[in-house]
Design a protein around this ligand. Structure first.
Ligand code: ZN
Length: 191
């Protein structure tokens, strides 16, 4: 396994079109090894997720995992999840304001409206079909990662640029209010 370099905002790979993987490609050592690297790189950087374009591969693969994460201590846990060719369908018009950060946007966070409930359809790393609903803060994490596969960064969805903050100033000025809001969302959606 290799920890890969993470592309940062401004690199064209983050804005490029991505291709789906077929079953045979997905089963190949090349792409199975790539998925191992993606997981390892996410864990090394304490990310809640990582998408293939962030490590310079224009394919529709992303990974998510939230354990005891020092970058996001308030986030509900997500077991290690590999999504291949994911598709999200928004299930309700209701949105919440999520304070997001991104490994490809160093030291910046901002408020992004996210749908509260999405249907997730994808393959797992073995090519088996997945179909379930993600809710609340967790739904926001899914939307952030799948956006990367469509060449979007959270910056593109920030409505009020006055919410942009460094991580240190997030902790100083915004963290407590956001954590209170997270509690309300988690209470409502269970995640
Ligand atoms: Zn990101």
């Amino acid at each position: 396994m290799t920890i890969r370099k993470i592309a940062t905002v401004g690199h064209p790979v983050l804005r490029s079109a991505t291709s789906e993987l077929g079953h045979d490609e997905l089963a190949s050592p090349k792409w199975q090894g790539f998925i191992d690297d993606l997981i390892e790189t996410m864990r090394d950087a304490n990310g809640a997720g990582l998408a293939a374009p962030q490590v310079y591969e224009s394919v529709r693969v992303c990974v998510l995992e939230v354990g005891d994460n020092p970058r996001y201590p308030y986030k509900p846990k997500i077991p290690l999840t590999v999504l291949v060719n994911p598709r999200l369908t928004v299930l309700s018009d209701e949105t919440f304001d999520n304070y997001e950060g991104c490994l490809s946007v160093p030291n910046l966070r901002g408020v992004v409206p996210r749908a509260c409930e999405v249907r997730v359809q994808a393959w797992d790393r073995m090519g088996n079909s997945l179909d379930y609903i993600a809710r609340g803060i967790t739904a926001g994490t899914y939307q952030h990662e799948v956006d990367h596969l469509d060449g979007l960064l959270f910056l593109d969805r920030v409505r009020d640029t006055k919410t942009l903050t460094t991580w240190a100033d997030f902790d100083r000025f915004h963290r407590d209010a956001f954590i209170a809001r997270v509690g309300t969302i988690v209470a409502k959606y269970g995640s």
